[in-house]
Design a protein around this ligand. Structure first.
Ligand code: ATP
Ligand code: MG
Length: 423
């Protein structure tokens, strides 16, 4: 993509009311636009990051047998009354609205109820199980704290998968597979080093649920990390009993701030009972379906990456989620003139086209701007590599390639450059 075609521009300052580092950087670099507190639009670069994260999650969900759907944001009050979750005393973050008829409807904050109701049409016999159904969908939550930028939004994308299993044993088996898929996801998006499988409150059907907590001071949770075992305990459940269950001692744990980037939960028969979602087994007996739910917020993941990996100059994207592999910068030739003589630009155009034919997408800074401005923008926007084409690099017969994460610079010929970016 040519930067002259990208309508967004970098800015020196974030809005005054923005307190979160992730939103401040993302707004300044042109990834998101703040509509109002806790509500963010995704701009072209931001959308590419979200789509990369979504792509990774989708691959991992498909690999464990997930099948994708898209449920509705607008929700029927009647469905939610069946579990008691329509009540504002039970759920304190509903956005509710009225239809022309005067009937109430809600904007979904999660989708256990509507999906369980829907699956009743399709699950009747043991042959219809197991089923693993997921979606990427906008959720609405009237969060009272909206101080964490895109990490805690009032409108946000969520991947939510729901499992429907024959019995507790089959559920446990899938639950472990889903846990491993989550480990893979956080490793692939570049958060593996600092993300811990965290024991959290389990509700009425299992002793624990598992949160995926990424260590960052920007998080709102407190966890106790066991570095050797690569697990953690949420402060909310930290007791002697939990320590004993996990075979760890308090002295081995370090208290840390963290953000919940994902969450997996055994639901037992809570929802299948409420909606009478049952099946007939091989012996003709009626049995309840055992359910689980598995959530991840791609926007929260994106915000967490910015919080944990950025530096004083700006964002540092891991390769797998970066909007572009590299930022190609042309510094116009000194003797560029009106007749179009401009060897550096000519070479940059040629390289841009050559990379495209190799399937390597770069952001090409083809603006007529000062070198300092281009370099500062490249640092702020955070592509993994910065490639400079200038009179100097033309004379040296290679390209100057700077690695954003380490700051290391090298001279690479075209072939080596393609190898580096293609990997
Ligand atoms: P929290 O405890 O942080 O409020 P939660 O436990 O309510 O989150 P879930 O209902 O389990 O979250 O949602 C699944 C996932 O959706 C979370 O792990 C997180 O990644 C994401 N998520 C939840 N709330 C938000 C939000 N307000 N903005 C962005 N992502 C969110
Ligand atoms: Mg939570």
């Amino acid at each position: 993509m040519r930067q002259t075609e990208l309508f967004t521009k970098t800015r020196k300052e974030a809005p005054k009311d923005e307190v979160a580092r992730n939103a401040e950087l993302l707004i300044r670099a042109g990834y998101v636009y703040k509509e109002m507190a806790g509500v963010y639009a995704y701009l072209p670069l931001g959308l590419r990051v979200i789509e990369n994260i979504v792509g990774i999650i989708r691959e991992e969900m498909d690999a464990i047998g997930g099948v994708e759907v898209s449920l509705t944001a607008l929700q029927d009050k009647k469905t939610w009354e069946r579990t008691g979750r329509w009540s504002d005393d039970v759920v304190d973050n509903w956005f509710k609205t009225k239809l022309k008829s005067g009937a109430e409807a809600g904007l979904g904050f999660t989708h256990e109820e509507p999906l369980t109701a829907l699956m009743k049409d399709f699950i009747h016999s043991y042959r219809d199980l197991p089923r693993y159904v997921y979606q990427f969908q906008t959720k609405f939550r009237n969060e009272d704290r909206a101080k964490s930028g895109i990490m805690r939004a009032r409108e946000f994308l969520m991947k939510d998968l729901y499992s429907f299993s024959l019995d507790a044993k089959a559920h446990e088996h899938f639950y472990e597979k889903a846990k491993q898929a989550y480990v893979n996801i956080f490793s692939r998006v570049g958060l593996g080093d600092r993300t811990y499988v965290t024991f959290a409150s389990g509700g009425s059907f299992s002793k624990y649920s598992h949160e995926f907590q990424t260590v960052t001071d920007a998080g709102e949770d407190t966890i106790y990390v066991h570095e050797k075992k690569k697990i953690a305990i949420n402060k909310e459940v930290m007791t002697d009993e939990v320590l004993a269950d996990l075979g760890v001692t308090r002295a081995d744990l370090i208290e840390k701030r963290a953000v919940e980037v994902g969450n997996i939960f055994s639901l037992g028969t809570r929802f299948s009972d409420a909606f009478e979602l049952a099946y007939v087994d091989e012996k003709g007996e009626k049995k309840p379906v055992i359910m689980g739910s598995y959530g991840i917020g791609p926007g929260r993941v994106m915000g967490t990456i910015v919080e944990t990996l950025s530096d004083e100059n700006g964002i540092v994207w891991p390769k797998a989620v970066a909007p572009f592999k590299a930022h190609l910068i042309v510094l116009d030739s000194k003797d560029a003139d009106a007749t179009g003589r401009n060897p550096a630009r000519k070479e940059a155009e040629r390289l841009y086209a050559a990379l495209a034919t190799q399937g390597i997408e770069v952001l090409y800074d083809d603006r007529e701007a000062r070198p300092g401005e281009k370099f500062a923008d490249a640092d702020l926007m955070g592509m993994p590599y910065r490639i400079v084409v200038s009179d100097k690099t033309l004379a040296s017969g290679g390209y100057e390639v700077k690695h954003r994460a380490t700051g290391k610079t090298e001279q690479l010929a075209e072939k080596a450059l393609i190898d580096r970016l293609g990997k």
